[in-house]
Design a protein around this ligand. Structure first.
Ligand code: AGP
Length: 608
């Protein structure tokens, strides 16, 4: 996720752009840039690093005079954070400037086509393709060039565009990435999100998919993809800036819980093509995949929990033995690694010291490594032999939610890719799984609609001292995550336990009213789970059950049931985690905890 801004009016544009980008830094902050029309040419300044670097470089914008400009703060997806990959991007004559938030899914194909026509590229980004495509279609009419470009581009985009030959106009267009326009006293603006414009206006236009907006200093005109003028009504924003950065949510954590459907979609979409799993970034030929005889998944915290889930998926689908390890343990236990091993490290930040050290240990022993990482260009992403990015966008809350969910997706896709190459899964089952994967965002949306019900239930437990999560098989993996989500933000002691193991000691902790959350999504384990639930219930426990729609049998043992939509048995963690995330969030909220910044914790643990 990135942030774009644009301004045209009577004021100097650069300070307005920098101020707007400052309000959008939560959307991405590994590099930034602005382009301003100085009356003759489009001047540009861009730099890797936080917005502060750009501010200093341009003396707060003074070094770029002019009343019309666009700006961008980047969360890298294609191309590492660097000066040349920073936006804005240009055509070769630098007469067209573009800033972009989103992912151009067919950029490689378009880049090849343009290069065959003689276009030269200077960056590794997908966005630069748009600048050259606009150039290719521009014959004097900016609107026509934009429309023809939109028809060729697949993926998601919010674009800010300047044409040097049309200095009194600024264009913006949207498909799937958020975009607003604002009518200010001294000029008009575009932005990825409301916070960037609130200082100048509270009257904003929410641009819908395939709508184009043309800004002039004193008017805004809107068009559809056929170039026909359309009418739009302004909406008056009531939020303050801080609330607006969270898009009106009380905390970043809740906002990020709600961003999961899109994060899952963005991570899935580019890797499912014509009914097959395609993961070019894996960098392994089919023969190299077939040669892998063992997989290690090494990570910390929630990332480790995704590995515990993925073990069941990999072993179930691709019949490859998988060992899951905590990074802080892996590197000191002299692991047995041979050339036919693939070591996968999973990390949202890509900077976790324990995980980075485990990666280096494996590389030293000559083992092939793959990183599943959310931050492009981070240490783990750079040092792993290959990297598969999760496209969750910046995750601000310390407690991970959308990054966790996209890590699960990446591991499902990898396991399916291995099974596809090894032929261990029938075409029919692969087709069914792909259909179920595509349904996950819809199912997650449905579960998010139950937040009030979960909030009411959570409020009963804000004074709890101990809460247990139990499950068998892949449901044990999600119990681990549910327990961590709760304890790390509400400070209530919690443990996750394999349900069959409770009777070997821990069951002595169960007292009258102790909450036990039982996750049972694996049909073949329902009966076993229900008997484990009865075991704790007879000792006084209050049973919350998370189970599949239709498993009403569980109501005999559970006191409170949350049903999740049916999905493939290997994907249930992606759905069961939603009510558990919301439960942890609302318990912490009810206790008045600092949900986004829990005590003693950091978003990235860069110490061992
Ligand atoms: C989970 O909510 C925590 N924030 C923590 O367990 C985290 O998952 C762990 O520190 C690993 O971080 P990483 O994914 O950035 O490597």
């Amino acid at each position: 996720m990135c942030g774009i801004v644009g301004y045209i009016g009577t004021e100097e544009a650069a300070p307005v752009l920098l101020d707007g980008l400052d309000k959008l830094e939560y959307r991405g902050y590994d590099s930034a840039g602005i382009a301003v029309f100085d009356g003759e040419k489009i001047q540009v300044a861009k730099a890797r690093g936080r917005l502060k670097v750009l501010n200093e470089m341009t003396h707060g914008g003074e070094k770029l005079p002019g009343n019309c400009g666009i700006g961008h703060t980047r969360w890298a997806t294609h191309g590492i954070p660097s000066d040349k990959n920073a936006h804005p991007h240009f055509n070769e004559t630098e007469s067209i400037a573009v800033v972009h938030n989103g992912i151009i899914e067919n950029y490689l194909k378009l880049k090849k086509l343009l290069q065959e026509k003689g276009y030269k590229f200077t960056s590794e980004t997908d966005t630069e393709v748009v600048a050259h495509l606009l150039d290719y279609y521009y014959k004097g009419d900016p609107l026509e060039a934009i429309i023809r470009t939109m028809r060729r581009v697949d993926g998601s985009y919010a674009l800010g565009i300047m044409f040097q030959e049309h200095p009194g106009k600024l264009f913006a267009v949207r498909k799937d990435s958020p975009l607003i326009a604002g009518k200010g006293k001294n000029g008009n603006l575009i932005a990825s999100d409301v916070p960037a414009v609130l200082k100048y206006t509270r009257d904003v236009y929410f641009i819908q998919n395939e709508e184009i907006v043309c800004l002039e200093a004193d008017e805004l005109n809107f068009y559809n993809i056929d170039g026909e003028p359309i009418r739009k009504e302004a909406v008056t924003i009531q939020w303050d800036v801080s609330a607006a950065e969270k898009a009106g949510y009380e905390h970043f954590m809740l906002k990020e819980i709600y961003e999961q459907p899109k994060a899952v979609l963005d991570t899935l979409n580019p890797r499912i093509r014509e009914g097959r799993i395609e993961i070019e970034e894996l960098g392994m030929s089919d023969d190299e995949i077939r040669a892998i005889k063992k997989i290690y998944i090494v990570a910390c915290g929630s990332a480790y929990h995704t590995g515990v889930s993925a073990k069941y998926v990999f072993e179930g689908l691709a019949r490859i033995p998988v060992e899951v390890d905590l990074a802080s343990e892996f590197r000191y236990r002299n692991p047995i690694l041979d050339p036919e091993t693939l070591l996968i490290v999973v990390s949202q930040s890509g900077e976790t010291a324990d995980t980075l050290a485990a990666l280096r240990e494996a590389k030293q022993r000559g083992v092939r490594t793959l990183g599943i990482v959310n931050v492009v260009g981070s240490s783990i992403a750079r040092e792993a032999d290959n990297v598969m990015y999760t496209w969750a966008g910046p995750e601000i809350a310390v407690a991970t939610t959308k990054a966790y969910s996209t890590q699960l997706i990446a591991e499902y896709l990898l396991a399916m890719k291995f099974a596809q190459v090894k032929g261990t899964v029938s075409t029919a089952e692969m087709d069914e799984m792909i259909q179920e994967l595509k349904q996950l965002p819809v199912h997650i949306e449905m579960l998010l609609d139950h937040k009030e019900k979960i909030q009411r239930f959570a409020n009963r437990y804000i004074a709890a001292k101990d809460i247990f999560f139990i499950g068998r098989g892949i449901d044990y993996a999600i119990s681990l995550e549910g327990s961590l989500k709760l304890k790390e933000i509400s400070y209530i002691h919690s443990e996750a336990y394999p349900a069959g193991e409770l009777k070997h000691g821990t069951i002595s902790l169960i007292e009258e009213g102790t909450l036990v959350a039982a996750v049972l999504t694996q049909e073949e384990l329902y009966k076993k789970m229900i008997s484990n639930m009865v075991e704790v219930k007879t000792r006084g426990a209050f049973l919350l059950a998370v189970t599949n729609v239709g498993n009403t049998e569980v109501e005999k043992a559970a006191d409170y049931v949350i049903y999740i939509p049916k999905t493939h048995k290997y994907f249930t963690n992606s759905l069961a985690v939603i009510p558990l995330q919301l439960f942890g969030y609302y318990v912490a909220l009810g206790k008045g905890c600092d949900v986004d910044k829990p005590r003693n914790l950091a978003k990235s643990v860069t110490v061992e």
